[in-house]
Design a protein around this ligand. Structure first.
Ligand SMILES: [Zn+2]
Length: 341
């Protein structure tokens, strides 16, 4: 056999043998078989002695090349055997000291939290919890609430009007009207977290979509003290401590007398802090005694029955309670904000 042929034969023999093995032990045997002292390469070199000088040079180079090729193939095979062993399931090493994967548990939205609290507070005072539509007619959103046709809140730039003339309710007060239309006094109702809409530009304290808590009590001999008492109880529930209620006379068409409602700052006890802007008092929203005309509109006799009502922003309440400084955070689904609660 010609030496060139023999060299090629040794190479292909090596390739075939490497394909058929899968252990380091087999690889060691192949190393010995090809590269060992009595191996096939050594055998090829020994044949050089019978050749002329020029042939020696030529075949010497060829055999050296073969030797390097076989060495490289054997080393590649070694690496491939090693990686197969490492990735095989029985050889997977579990490091118990590694930190676990963090995963976040769902939490309740601060808006949901405060609504649940308000629900508990008013159920404990035996209020009926009601809900109603967000698309209202002008009668229930304005007229029945004694809001005259010329009132600025009815203008296009304050209210979203739909093409059929109905409106996206601008407050939850129409729920009072619809309740009084259905139920005769005594009435003790609250609507919690009702969605409302106003054409407000969005900023830190305004949102075109917001939610209100609205309460109404109608019975005989109802007066301002009852209102004060219910609001005190509500605030005690929300802030977990007694707060004082202060009424500042104000005008709302559906109440008479009407008031802006303030509470003593639950955070600084009146000393002044950033929440109350150093005044010791926090403004929450409107309240008052139901206007006699509103009662007449739903066929309740104002000479026999009186009512009181309040309607506040739920976001505002939550912002005060949780120290949130921007109403837009309620609607943005920002996880780093939501995870604080
Ligand atoms: Zn304060």
């Amino acid at each position: 056999m010609d030496l060139d042929e023999r060299i090629n034969q040794v190479l292909s023999q090596c390739e075939q043998t490497l394909k058929s093995i899968s252990s380091h032990q087999d690889l060691e045997d192949i190393k010995v078989q090809f590269l060992g002292r009595k191996g096939l390469i050594r055998d090829l070199f020994s044949q050089l002695s019978q050749l002329s000088d020029s042939e020696k040079k030529h075949y010497g180079e060829s055999i050296n090349k073969l030797k390097m090729e076989i060495e490289s193939k054997i080393s590649q095979k070694g690496e491939s055997i090693q990686s197969k062993i490492q990735t095989s399931p029985e050889n997977q090493v579990f490091d118990y000291s590694l930190p676990g994967f963090p995963y976040s548990i769902g939490k309740k939205h601060p808006f949901t939290l405060i609504c649940e609290e308000l629900y508990q507070i008013f159920r404990s005072m035996n209020f009926m919890v009601v809900e109603d539509r967000e698309i209202e007619d002008e009668y229930h959103n304005f007229d029945a609430l004694n809001i005259p046709k010329w009132h600025p809140s009815r203008k296009l730039n304050d209210t979203f009007f739909l093409t059929d003339g109905s409106v996206l309710r601008t407050h939850t007060s129409p729920v009072e009207i619809r309740t009084m239309e259905k139920i005769s006094p005594p009435i003790r109702m609250v609507t919690i977290g009702g969605r409302c809409y106003r054409r407000d530009a969005s900023d830190a304290t305004h949102s075109a979509v917001f939610h209100q808590i609205e309460g109404l009590v109608v019975d005989e001999n109802i007066n301002f003290c009852h209102l004060s008492e219910i609001l005190s109880e509500m605030m005690r529930g929300v802030f977990g401590k007694p707060v004082e209620i202060r009424f500042v006379p104000s005008y709302f068409p559906f109440v008479e007398p009407g008031a802006e409602t303030l509470i003593s700052c639950p955070f600084c006890k009146g000393d002044g802090c950033s929440v109350c802007k150093n005044s010791g008092w926090i403004e929450l929203g409107g309240s008052g005694m139901t206007h006699p005309q509103v009662l007449r509109n739903v066929n309740i006799d104002p000479t026999k029955y009186q009512g009181f009502a309040f309607g506040w922003g739920v976001e505002r309440l939550a912002m005060i309670k949780y120290g949130i400084d921007d109403i837009r955070l309620f609607f943005e689904n920002n996880l780093s904000f939501l995870e604080q609660f």
